[in-house]
Design a protein. Structure first.
Length: 405
């Protein structure tokens, strides 16, 4: 796999769904959006310059824009322009918050005393003090609200600076991890982030649909939306396939389930076998065998033609691959082991050729039908004089008639 380039997240999604189809297990397709970002939208690979550099334990899985190495277009710009381009470096409002808090609480004290004075006068004498109590009471409440808002603003700016210290050089990060770093719960952290985004303190930031992740760049967010769209499409495709399978005859469904087990086994075996030559052969085998069962899904009438495949060829293939993996695990490989492994590799070639012929034979009826249709079409065209040779003959005859005239 090429280093320091965008991951093919579309291919990852396809592989995820294909594995689910092979294993007949679709539970992983409904994973959270956080898992989508963590597993699919990881669009840039970074080359770590200093292997001894200390990192926070939570930091390693999340993308850091300060690490050296090539990047994708969006994150490349991010590195070149510095992380500060993604957030407000000098947020305004703290001074205003201090003034609001000072003025508000001072006013609360002054107007509160005046309210109390008018209330005492009203109780101690016949002077009507109700208007003063009402006016200064309202001013007291308004001043208290102003002071509380000032304190809230100061706290928000202080929290913002704390968030920025954690977010610096991060392209995306789980909100839960961010909450732990700033000492807040997830709900309060999410609320703070939404407020920072709405007030344009975080210039390009987005929160994912399920509010699991903070995505700091527009480029990463676009990749996330594309990945999510692709996943939804693949989920729908998988559901359609499953629904179509449920409408098949029981024998065809049983055959497909067994086939998916064999395809999954071939895939797992390939992952465990390091030999590249064998790996290429198993990739071919997996593709052809999977296609055979796709044909069963499309044309269940071919089920009866696969008895030997299911009763002998595939079980034998499993035994051969188990034997190969067992031999491959031996710490010392003598001549007998090497010879046996080579013989199994040659047999895999033979099986691949047999599976390819079997797949081709499943289309023989279809080929006959098409050939018959073509033959009938040619006959009709000839009767109508519309085939190319008949048209040329007719035109030549008409030309000779014209010359004679």
């Amino acid at each position: 796999m090429a280093e320091n380039k965008y991951d093919d997240y579309g291919e990852q999604i396809r592989n995820t769904v294909d594995n689910a189809i092979r294993n007949n297990d679709f539970s992983n397709l409904s994973r959270s959006v956080g898992d989508i970002i963590n597993g699919v939208i990881d669009s840039v690979r970074w080359t770590v310059g200093d292997a001894n550099k200390m990192r926070q334990p939570w930091e390693s899985p999340y993308r850091s824009a300060s690490q050296p190495g090539e990047t994708g277009k969006g994150t490349r710009n991010f590195v070149q322009n510095q992380a500060a381009d993604l957030y407000e470096k000098y947020p305004s409002g703290k001074t205003a918050g201090i003034l609001m808090a000072a003025g508000g609480f001072a006013g609360t004290g002054i107007f509160g005393i005046l309210t109390l004075v008018f209330a005492i006068i009203g109780l101690a004498s016949a002077i009507v003090a109700a208007p003063g109590v009402i006016v200064f009471g309202i001013l007291t409440i308004a001043s208290l609200v102003l002071g509380i808002r000032g304190v809230s603003r100061i706290g928000f700016i202080n929290r913002y600076r704390k968030y920025v210290r954690v977010l610096k050089n991060q392209v995306y990060i789980p909100i839960r991890a961010l909450a732990q770093q700033v000492g807040k719960n997830v709900e309060d952290t999410t609320r703070d982030l939404k407020k920072m985004i709405s007030q344009k303190l975080l210039f390009q930031a987005h929160i994912d649909e399920n509010e699991h992740y903070l995505i700091m760049t527009d480029e990463a967010y676009r990749e996330y939306l594309k990945a999510r769209s692709d996943l939804v499409a693949r989920e729908q495709e998988a559901k359609a396939v499953k629904q179509a399978e449920e409408e098949l005859p029981e024998e065809a469904r049983r055959l497909i389930r067994q086939g998916q087990d064999y395809v999954a086994f071939i895939h797992r075996s390939n992952e465990k076998i390091p030999d590249e030559d064998i790996s290429e052969k198993l990739v071919q085998m997996e593709t052809v065998v999977a296609r055979i069962f796709d044909v069963v899904r499309e044309r269940p009438q071919v089920t009866s033609e696969l008895d030997k495949l299911m009763s002998y060829y595939l079980p034998t293939t499993r035994k051969l691959l188990d034997a190969y993996m067992e031999l491959d695990r031996q710490s010392v490989a003598g001549q007998n082991i090497a010879a046996t492994k080579k013989e199994i590799g040659d047999t895999i070639d033979t099986l691949n050729a047999a599976f390819a012929k079997l797949l081709d034979s499943l289309f023989i009826d279809r080929a006959w039908d098409i050939s018959s249709d073509i033959s009938v079409l040619n006959t009709v065209l000839a009767q109508d004089g519309l085939k190319e040779d008949e048209l040329q003959a007719k035109m030549q005859a008409q030309g000779q008639v014209m010359e004679q005239k």
